[in-house]
Design a protein around this ligand. Structure first.
Ligand code: NAD
Ligand code: DAU
Length: 352
């Protein structure tokens, strides 16, 4: 079967990656999508069950830090494009183990860039799209927004590793003419997010009557984006973005953490038929995250003006959908937290 385009999506078994892979496989049957993922604790092929047998989908288990494996993959598949999401993504883990972030997020990205450069050798019509984070811009006070021109000021090992990879992607554009795109996005939420991140962690703990840990004073603010809106933005940018450019993606949905957790308590109480406000009693203020960024907020005007993208799901509706999904998916939750889900898939994909 010949395909109009062959696209490598890295990190496609993770939270955002699995939504993106499903979207591309279903929406573009004429493209072949190759999903490269190491299947770390955050990667779960169960998220891709719906499309795992689609004729335009292939999975490749591998590590982006493995230079010869990556080079071979490019030689075999002759990709037209790369959408790079594979990363270590959790800030708290970067504080306890920075080196794995340096290896995957920086060295892994350079490996992919080198393989693309060698394989493409200046051919027209190729594209390397790097999916990044708003955390590279640092921390805001009560006012203001991050624009594409905000100077970089990363403050955690995670954001420093993502900032470094962004710089390297742009450096390959300037130095070697690599056709690139970068987007920097705010906090995503929705189904299939590993329950170490605030929203799924809180929903699960409410359900189980466990304490809800709030770091510091709980007045830290994030700009929440429904994962499906992020996927739509990536699709648009990949197809219509101006090569060499950066686009900010945001939800226009700022919430202080404590406010967000209150909302989640109320939604879950209602769904579980508990007394209104009862889960708020589970809130526990705990020791703050070291170097915790106070506020992130995105100005996504460029994306709106150039590509007519706007978020479609508000945080109220998004939290309801997310809470419902997690409450309905007790078995998924149990499997990803126990690790037993690996056995089946690791048997299937024990070799590349
Ligand atoms: P995730 O942690 O859910 O998934 C990461 C995926 O990458 C996993 O499937 C994992 O197995 C894979 N992976 C990790 N190391 C690898 C390696 N060495 N080789 C191959 N695969 C490897 O992450 P996510 O939340 O889906 O984030 C995806 C991307 O989007 C990341 O680059 C992240 O920085 C960026 N991002 C995330 C958010 C967010 O709110 N989650 C916001 C903005 C940007
Ligand atoms: O802004 C985009 C980034 O958003 C992405 O690049 C990261 O990959 C993603 O993990 C996310 O980073 P955050 O650190 O903002 O997400 P997290 O869910 O870990 O935390 C959200 C906020 O909630 C943050 O202020 C820390 C706080 N928090 C988090 C946890 C896990 C708590 O108060 N208690 C918790 O238990």
């Amino acid at each position: 079967m010949t395909f109009a385009k062959k696209i490598l999506i890295t990190g496609g078994a993770g939270f955002i990656g699995s939504h993106l892979v499903q979207h591309f496989v279903k929406k573009y049957p004429s493209y072949q999508i190759i999903n490269l993922d190491k299947l770390t604790y955050a990667g779960n092929l169960e998220n891709l069950k719906e499309i795992e047998n689609a004729p335009n989908y292939k999975f490749a288990k591998g590590d982006i830090t493995d230079e010869s494996f990556i080079q071979e993959l490019f030689d075999v598949h002759q990709f037209d494009g790369v959408i790079h999401l594979a990363a270590e993504s959790h800030v708290d883990r970067s504080i306890s183990d920075p080196m794995s972030f340096i290896m995957t997020n920086i060295v892994g990205t350079v490996n992919l860039l080198n393989a693309a450069r060698k394989n493409w050798e200046g051919e027209a019509g190729k594209l390397f799209y790097h999916v990044s984070t708003d955390e590279v811009y640092g921390s805001l006070g009560a006012e203001g927004f991050f624009t594409e021109d905000t100077p970089y000021d990363p403050r955690s090992p995670y954001s420093a590793s993502k900032a470094s990879s962004d710089h390297l992607v742009r450096a390959y554009h300037h130095t070697y003419d690599m056709p690139i795109l970068v987007s920097n996005c705010s906090n995503n939420y929705g189904p299939f997010q590993f329950p170490e991140k605030l929203i799924p962690l809180v929903i699960n703990n409410i359900k189980e009557n466990k304490p809800l840990p709030i770091y510091g004073d709980g007045k830290y603010t994030r700009d929440w984006l429904w994962v499906g809106d992020h996927v739509e933005a990536i699709d648009l940018i990949y197809h219509k973005g101006n090569v060499g450019e950066t686009y900010n993606i945001g939800g226009n949905n700022e919430r202080m953490n404590l406010e967000l957790v209150h909302d989640l308590c109320d939604v879950v109480d209602e769904m579980l038929g508990r007394d209104a406000g009862s889960s708020r009693a589970l809130i526990h203020f705990v020791k703050d995250r070291p170097g915790h960024d106070r506020r992130y907020a995105i100005d996504a005007t460029k994306l709106k003006d150039e590509l007519q993208w706007e978020p479609s799901v508000g945080v109220k509706e998004g939290l309801r959908r997310t809470a419902k999904w997690y409450l309905d998916q007790s078995e998924w939750l149990e499997r990803v937290t126990s690790g037993t889900y690996r056995t089946y898939y690791e048997e299937q994909y024990s070799s590349r």
